[in-house]
Each structure stands twice: as C-alpha cells, then as structure tokens.
Design a protein around this ligand. Structure first.
Ligand code: ADP
Length: 489
C-alpha cells in the first residue's frame, strides 16, 4: 500500500484475536480509497467461526481483567492514550486515506478519539458506589458497580477512530472485555488502534478486532447476538440495523447502547446573531463533508432574517474548497462511496422536483481526481414533503426551510421519528429555556454548532436510540449495579 507512514507496521490486515494477529479463513476483501476508488489493502473477510473465536478469547480474559485494580486498568488506558497521541500523524493518514476526510480533520479526530481514552482512564478510578443509611438495626446496605462482561462493539465508517475509542475505552475502564467489528469501509484505523493497545499492555484477549465485508457482517454479528457470553452490544450506525440488533439480542436479553440515525434541526430565530448562526452551521454541517450523525439536516430560518442568513451562508459555502484529502487546503473531501453520493443526488433531485431552489453547488466536481466529489450545496424553499426532510442526507447539503412562528418550527423540528441532536440560535433568554424544554432530542446546541466532547453525554432519544457515550454516564452504560445487603451484624 502506498501510504507514507513513519511506522509502516501500523497497517494491519489480519484479525486481532487473543493477542495474536490471525487469518484463519484466507479470504479477504478490499479496502477502498474514496478519493479515487482504488484498493488500498486487502483485509480478512471473517466469518462466524472468527466471531466465535473472538468471544472465546474475550470470555477467557474476562476474570483476570475484571479483577485487576481500577488503577491498573487506568494506567493501561493512559499508556494507550499516550501512544495514540504519539502516533497522531500516522493514524490521521490512515483515517484520511480510507475514509476521505481532509488530513487536518483526521488529525482532529485522532485527538478527539484520544480524549475519550484519557477521560475513561480517569473515570476508571472514580466509579463510586453507594452506602445506604441503615434502615434496620444490624444491617448494612451497599451498592457497587461491576463491568457487564464481554461487550460487542460495532462501528460505522464516518469517524473510524472516535467511534471505536469511545466504545472500547469505557468498556475496558469498567473491567469489560471487547470483541469489535469496524465498518467494512474503514477497518484499517481500528486495527492500527488495536496494535497500539497491544503495545500499551492491554492483555491478550481483552480487546479483539475482527473485520468483515458488508456481505458477511450479518453472519459475524449474528454469532455475537446468539452467544450468551456476550452481555452487551454497543452499536453506532443506521436505525434499521440498530432495530435488528435490538430484536435479535432479545433472546439473550443483552444490554444495548444504540447510537442511530438523526435528522437534526438547526433553527435560526429572528432574534439570533445571524453571523454567529452562519458560523455555527458551517462548523456543524460541513465538518466531515456533512457525514456526521449530529450534522444539521434541516435548517429552519425565521422569515425576518431568512434572506440575510441565506446570503451569508451561500457566500461561505461557495468559498469551501473541495479537494483530495491529502491537500492541505481541502475543506471537503470525497464522499465515502458511490452509494452515498447517489443518495445525496437523489435528495437534491427530489427537492428540486418539489419546488426547492439550488442556490449553489450540488453537482459532481473534480472528475479527474475520482468519482466521489460533490460541490457543497445550499437549497432554499425546502418543505416537509421532500425526502431530505424525512431522511438524513449525510452529505454537504444545507436545506433551508423558511418559518414564521416558534410553535410552527417546534412542531416541524419534532415532526420526525429521530431525536439525536438539535441546534438553535436566539438571544431571548425566555425563548432559550422554552425551546430547550420543548425540543425532543438528546443533545441541544444553543448558540453553538460544535457540541461533542468526551466530558459530555452523547446520544439520542426516540428512534435515534438509547445509551450515552462520553461523560460519567458513558461509563455507567458498561456497568451493572450490584446491591449488597449484610444482616446479622
Ligand atoms: P451506515 O449506513 O453508516 O453504513 P450501517 O448501520 O449500515 O450504517 O452500518 C454500521 C455498522 O453496522 C457497520 O459496521 C456494518 O458493517 C454493520 N452492519 C451492517 N449490517 C449489519 C447487520 N445486518 N448486522 C450486523 N451489523 C451490520
């Protein structure tokens, strides 16, 4: 593979099971470079037996890891954190190559991923229980927390490092062991992180990573769903797959954390600071080419500020530089694959057919570089009848809806089965509290477009799923509560 790294051995193509790099099947699938659709590496196309071997290893390692003092687990995670930081540039190059985000953004993702490892290393030593005041003479009541056991982590392609880090770090901190399956588009980042975990001293079997093509993903994960030794599934991805996991894990009643699709509203009220709202939308919408689950999907702008907002937004979007991820000046890289770009084009065509206006962008560009580049777009005149109002577009398209009243926009914003993130801009304090209470979602950005942080709970409600990642709640998701009652004292 042509990728200049200071440590070429960070490119792994085998599964990591029980502390060994193994290829039992001999089958492989190609990892593609989204910037030109060339194949950058062949990795193992695992099947059910690999999935089972990973659980065997994770289950065998569980008693030892669970019994390790919290401080020992914390120190291992701190070493992993240090190694991730130390290899920031190499890891960023791997992400950028397999996922397509501009290199500067990829570096940011590595630091963001590392921040979860550091946070949970610290939280590992602080997961306190309770001492319940005596209710009966001669009886003591205590509550302790214990890791749930073997955790299966299934991740998407849009943040190949951050998604895996914010699942593995809390699981390991809690004393759980992990079997992980990264997305088929971006397995190399996870494998590189596993190598660094091994070097950090994560014991054999505590972290296992298996890769599979799209066509074998279900076969592999089905083995985990049916296995009673897997006590929790943690998943980030689409709502249909999340529902499938919830259904199929019910026979063994596993714990679940599901971070699923969103359809985030971004509301600009007429009392907003319009410049700040444009800044916020640019950051929230066009990061990672709009391929982010908390990315605003519907931009609602109140009539009095609509035209001024659109004018400023269009100028900013027209100035965005689309280009290869490796170019320092690129702000928008290629979309992940042909399927993704076709969905975006379908949304634009449907919006135009329903009366929207394409003010800027929305066409394919840089054909000579590769087939996955799209000029970032602004549409106006968007309505609830359009596909882009109902489904996540997952691309660099800002669809602007004009509205008149607060009640009207709240009904529209909440008129979706999803409830992950929402954003609104206003300078009226009463409105800020009113809207914060009325909006149905797990994350609210108030006069702020960038809300993600390892110190805060990330997750949704409604069909965006349940469970939280990051913050102290992110650790609780990997722990069971045990109540100890001692009598006869
Ligand atoms: P996206 O639309 O972002 O690709 P998906 O939900 O399709 O989201 O994929 C997210 C993750 O779920 C990936 O790792 C993918 O391989 C995995 N996946 C896809 N289909 C299934 C399935 N039927 N069972 C288990 N995992 C699946």
């Amino acid at each position: 593979m042509q990728l200049s790294l200071s440590r070429a051995d960070l490119i792994r193509t085998h599964n990591f099971i029980g502390g060994r790099w193994v290829d039992s099947s001999g089958r492989t699938f190609g990892v593609r470079d989204p910037s030109n659709d060339s194949t950058i590496a062949e990795v193992v196309d695992s099947d059910g037996s690999d999935a089972r071997a990973a659980v065997d290893a994770a289950h065998a390692a569980l008693p030892m890891w669970r019994a390790a003092p919290a401080r020992a687990r914390a120190q291992t995670l701190k070493r992993w954190h240090a190694l991730i930081q130390q290899h920031e540039e190499d890891l960023a190059r791997i992400i950028s190559r397999e996922q397509g985000k501009p290199l500067a953004e990829a570096r940011g993702e590595i630091l963001y991923a590392a921040s979860y490892v550091e946070w949970f290393a610290e939280e590992a030593t602080r997961c306190y229980g309770d001492v319940i005041p005596e209710t009966v003479r001669g009886r003591k009541m205590l509550v302790i927390k214990e890791g749930v056991g073997v955790v299966a982590a299934i991740t998407p392609w849009n943040f190949p490092a951050a998604m895996i880090a914010r699942k593995i770090a809390p699981a390991l901190a809690a004393g759980c062991t992990v079997v992980a399956k990264p997305a088929e588009d971006t397995p190399l980042t996870s494998l590189a992180l596993a190598l660094l975990a091994e070097e950090a001293g994560v014991p054999a079997g505590v972290l296992n990573v298996v890769t599979a093509s799209r066509s074998r993903a279900a076969e592999l994960v089905d083995v985990w769903l049916a296995d009673v030794r897997v006590r929790k599934i943690t998943f980030t991805g689409s709502t249909p797959v999340g529902k499938h996991l919830a259904r199929e894990s019910s026979s063994t009643l596993k714990r679940l954390s599901l971070e699923l699709g969103g359809n985030a509203p971004f509301i600009v009220f007429d009392d907003a600071d319009v410049d700040a709202s444009v800044d916020g939308l640019m950051a929230a919408k066009f990061r990672n080419g709009g391929q982010t689950c908390v990315s605003p999907n519907r931009v609602f702008v109140q009539a009095a500020v609509h035209d001024a907002f659109v004018e400023k937004l269009v100028a900013r979007v027209a100035a965005l530089r689309v280009g290869p991820p490796s170019d320092a000046g690129s702000q928008i890289g290629p979309m992940i694959n042909q399927q993704a770009i076709r969905k975006i084009e379908r949304h634009i065509a449907d919006a135009l057919a329903h009366g929207a206006r394409l003010v800027v962008g929305g066409t394919r560009v840089l054909d000579s570089e590769g087939p996955n580049y799209l000029a970032p777009a602004v549409l106006t005149g968007a309505t609830a009848a359009m596909l882009l109002a109902k489904e996540e577009t997952f691309g660099p398209v800002a669809a602007v809806f004009r509205f008149d009243t607060e009640d009207e926009v709240l009904a529209a914003a909440n008129g979706t089965p999803y409830g992950l993130a929402a954003y609104f801009y206003s300078r009226d304090l009463k409105r800020i509290w009113r809207v914060s209470a009325a909006i149905e979602c797990g994350i609210v950005g108030i006069n702020e477009g960038l809300v993600s942080s390892e110190t805060a709970p990330f997750g949704g409600i409604k069909e965006s799923g349940y469970g939280r990642e990051g913050s102290r709640h992110g650790l609780d998701d990997y722990m069971d509560v045990k109540y100890l009652c001692q009598g006869g004292l």
